[in-house]
Design a protein around this ligand. Structure first.
Ligand SMILES: C[S@@+](CC[C@H](N)C(=O)[O-])C[C@H]1O[C@@H](n2cnc3c(N)ncnc32)[C@H](O)[C@@H]1O
Length: 206
């Protein structure tokens, strides 16, 4: 099954209108130096990208959804670009101080995760930091929808709830070290939902 299909996200972004920055953006921005550079991977409607730009950070936002990128580019030109972060053909010339990636990891399958980690290393310098926020296997939403493996479910769309220990192992294998890790039911409260969320900051080791 090709979980990289963007038709779900194109449809989603033709309706989605939430523009306030996420809690994770407010958490992450404390680490960012002024005038530094940031790549927002899977930026969606750019709500966090626009927030970082306002804070004086030089941003680029990429997403697989053409609709999302088209809408974002109407608001601000030359910042957003359609890109598949998991593609073998992924190429960005510039390197960034920060790679920011919210609510993306749990939308891609295991193979795509490997491609993503391999790709993202290429846009990182030794001192660059990768900021991740994702749903874990403790998330109550994992019980909803059609189960296709122990941590993969299809409800409104495909989700692979991240097994944190497994991800730690994989990220080490792919040349990353974790410099911050925290999990909570309070990180991304939305209406009456309390998803179980993990936040990580990683650096590359080679
Ligand atoms: C849950 S949304 C998160 C959007 C945004 N980061 C936020 O927190 O509001 C997941 C995003 O991942 C994007 N996406 C899915 N697969 C992708 C891929 N292979 N490469 C780039 N973006 C992708 C979708 O288009 C969607 O915008």
């Amino acid at each position: 099954m090709n979980f990289r299909r963007n038709s779900y996200w194109n449809n989603f972004y033709s309706k989605f209108s939430l523009l306030d920055e996420s809690n994770f953006a407010r958490f992450s921005v404390k680490y960012f130096k002024k005038n530094s550079s940031l790549l927002d991977v899977a930026c969606g409607n750019g709500r966090d990208t626009f927030f970082f730009i306002k804070k004086g950070i030089k941003c680029k936002g990429i997403d697989i959804s053409k609709i999302a990128i088209k809408n974002n580019s109407k608001k601000l030109k030359n910042i957003f670009e359609v890109k598949d972060a998991c593609s073998d053909k992924f190429k960005i010339r510039k390197k960034y101080d920060y790679i920011y990636c919210r609510f993306f990891l749990h939308t891609i399958d295991q193979e795509s995760e490997k491609s993503f980690l391999r790709n993202i290393k290429k846009v990182m310098m030794k001192k660059s930091k990768l900021f991740l926020e994702f749903r874990t296997t403790k998330d109550p939403m994992m019980k909803k929808g059609k189960k296709i493996s122990y941590n993969e479910v299809i409800s409104d769309h495909y989700r692979r709830f991240i097994d944190v220990e497994n991800f730690i192992k994989n990220s080490k294998e792919y040349g990353f070290k974790i410099i911050f890790k925290a999990s909570s039911y309070n990180f991304a409260k939305f209406k009456n939902e309390r998803p179980h969320i993990c936040r990580m900051i990683l650096r590359k080791t080679n």
